[in-house]
Design a protein around this ligand. Structure first.
Ligand code: AVJ
Length: 341
């Protein structure tokens, strides 16, 4: 275990983390494999049966999601990138920080826009992405080191909450949470997440949040039911991951993809539907259930937001709206907040 000090941790947190790969920090007591298995079992036995979205991102799922981002119907990634490209200078000017801490390890165009401006306006800085995927962190590290040698890379290989809670409250930081990933959080996860994040933020910290907006159902439904069927493949691929993790027998030929925009909940719901009644066996844990014909498993939700209401709501968590950036069609919003002292 290599002991090194990092300027991003508070003194008491520093002792809890060690360097694994160069530039990548891991909690000493990192919990590993039992968590995804318990997550799958508890939610599959719930009513309706459902799954937590992070199971979608095995290597094949991550590849399919990249393809989704390029689909003509999937406007989210392109729109957000455009907003960030246009406003990165203003965003960084509004958030005087030394550290950019990104939830999710993307090294995409969006991160580049922010880091370029951060370097231009402030010089030497820290980039600290937090992700459970080591592959993503390694790719991000190599790209940042090659393109931004003046930016120190400290990757945190951990779940979001574990990562952001460890960052020194006295280090002025911009927490970046893009792509409308908050749309995956259900009504329990959502307040829990913002309560924890606001509690972890110091008096000089900011949050940059990307949120997809409510819009006509036909536009939303097309984005999640593309003509090439990539989204369906992405959603049903979760069962290949579950088969591997739990030695289960989900059969892609015996299910179909179904999605719709639920107007009351303002969310896209993405389901796997059983084409026939079948017995699902999970050999690794010696469990089984009957999946009835036409019964749906809710694999993912993607909530859509009204940015003004979102700003009002986050104010109750102690986050004050500083700026609101959007595109000409007003399809997507990038919101900047400051932690209130
Ligand atoms: C990564 C959660 C933002 O909800 O738009 C895309 C995932 N699922 N198509 C989204 C997703 C199906 C995506 N997020």
């Amino acid at each position: 275990m290599k002991q090194e000090n990092s300027p991003i941790f508070s003194a008491e947190e520093q002792a809890r983390w060690h360097i694994d790969e160069p530039g990548i920090w891991v909690p000493n007591d990192a919990e590993v494999d039992s968590i995804p298995i318990l997550s799958i079992l508890t939610t599959l036995w719930d009513q309706p049966r459902w799954l937590e979205a992070y199971h979608l991102y095995d290597p094949r799922g991550s590849e399919l999601f990249e393809q989704i981002c390029d689909l003509p119907e999937y406007y989210l990634t392109r729109t957000e990138n455009l907003i960030l490209e246009q406003h990165a200078r203003d965003i960084i000017a509004n958030a005087p920080v030394r550290c950019v801490a990104e939830l999710g390890a993307g090294y995409s165009k969006k991160t580049v826009h922010l880091l370029t401006e951060q370097l231009r306006q402030r010089g030497r800085s820290v980039f600290a992405p937090i992700d459970v995927s080591l592959a993503g962190l390694l790719a991000s590290r190599d790209a940042v080191r090659a393109d931004f040698p003046e930016i120190t890379f400290h990757g945190l290989h951990a779940r979001y909450e574990e990562g952001f809670s460890a960052i020194d409250k006295n280090l002025p930081s911009l927490f970046v949470f893009l792509g409308s990933t908050i749309g995956n959080f259900n009504h329990t996860d959502f307040p829990r997440f913002f309560r924890a994040l606001a509690a972890a933020m110091g008096p000089h910290d900011y949050l940059l949040l990307g949120a997809d907006r409510v819009k006509p159902a036909r536009l939303l439904e097309a984005a999640y039911n593309d003509s090439r069927g990539v989204t369906g493949e992405f959603i049903l691929n979760v069962f290949a991951n579950i088969n591997r993790l739990l030695e289960a027998n989900f059969d892609p030929a015996k299910m179909r993809y179904h999605s719709w925009f639920n107007p009351e909940w303002q969310q896209i719901e993405m389901y796997a539907v059983a084409r026939a009644t079948q017995e699902i066996r999970l050999a690794a844990v010696d469990a089984a259930f009957q999946w009835q014909k036409d019964e749906k498993i809710l694999v993912e939700i993607s909530r859509k937001f009204d940015p003004i209401r979102l700003q009002e709501q986050l104010h109750f968590f102690g986050l004050r709206a500083v700026a609101h950036y959007t595109d000409p069609r007003e399809w997507f919003s990038v919101l900047l907040f400051k932690k209130e002292d």
